[in-house]
Design a protein around this ligand. Structure first.
Ligand SMILES: [Zn+2]
Ligand SMILES: [Zn+2]
Length: 268
């Protein structure tokens, strides 16, 4: 049975409902807690993209030059097979995802899941189950729900939950690049306790999460699933970081910020 999005009812009852993205009063043209204009304003991820990680590429020519995969994937192949996302993590979609995740708007899971289902049909049609990226039990307790699970339940495939996050670590949102990778590399394990609804363990699955930033979390989860014998791991997120990196620059080191001199202070 569907869990009632009680958080939304409470929020609606206490405050005049406003759009979670633009904060304007919600009229009749609304879906969940978002106005029609904001849904329409989302920038959808479109091809050409890296066949592996789904990174938007500058042009079809770039795609041809790199043989379908971006330089980053060629240099360090991720431990998932293919990743795709619905929209760019910016503007309205960023607000919507944050409202789902941090502000208790569970009712956003249904419309977002519907959009992910369209964006990811190619991956979903190849899989036997979807696997939500888990939260650490403490974080799950504090939030009351796992946003990845809310999305996974809307994708039309059985939901398999073999992953455990056992080290709390720093929240990924506050970390960058290689730190994100190190923070989660060994954070996920596979446990079959509580997955007995599956008589046969799925061999082809799609990982589900709300946002893909550097891909470190999906990489760690993909690694854990592969180590446990899963043959093919897709990854589908509602949003992905909105910094399309051309294949030519993807593997280049980030330019260092210019060194700023300390202002000279005479009395120190
Ligand atoms: Zn709006
Ligand atoms: Zn790539």
């Amino acid at each position: 049975m569907e869990e009632p999005p009680w958080n939304d009812w409470v929020l609606d009852a206490l405050f005049a409902p406003t759009c979670v993205a633009c904060r304007r009063r919600l009229g009749p043209a609304r879906e969940a807690a978002v106005c029609r204009q904001c849904w329409n304003a989302i920038r959808i991820v479109r091809p050409p993209w890296c066949d592996r990680c789904g990174e938007p590429l500058r042009s079809w020519r770039t795609l041809a030059e790199v043989n379908g995969q971006c330089a980053r994937c060629l240099a360090q192949p991720p431990r998932y097979d293919q990743a795709r996302a619905f929209g760019l993590y910016e503007g309205a979609l960023r607000q919507i995802v944050r409202a789902l995740k941090y502000r208790g708007h569970q009712s956003l899971g249904a419309p977002l899941g519907g959009l992910m289902r369209q964006a990811g049909w190619d991956l979903l049609s190849q899989a036997e189950a979807v696997v939500p990226v888990p939260l650490h039990p403490w974080r799950r307790l504090r939030r009351g729900f796992n946003q990845a699970d809310e999305l996974a339940r809307r994708l039309g495939l059985p939901v398999w939950r073999p992953l455990r996050r056992w080290s709390l670590g720093a929240p990924q949102a506050g970390l960058r690049g290689e730190h994100r990778r190190r923070n989660v590399r060994h954070a996920y394990t596979v446990s079959y306790a509580g997955t007995s609804a599956f008589s046969k363990r799925p061999r082809r699955v799609v990982l589900i999460d709300d946002v893909m930033t550097t891909g470190a979390t999906l990489d760690a989860c993909g690694g854990a699933l592969r180590d446990a014998g899963v043959e093919w791991v897709g990854a589908l997120t509602a949003a992905r970081a909105s910094t399309p990196i051309g294949a030519s620059t993807a593997a280049a080191p980030r330019p260092r910020p210019p060194r700023t001199r300390r202002p000279w202070t005479p009395h120190r």
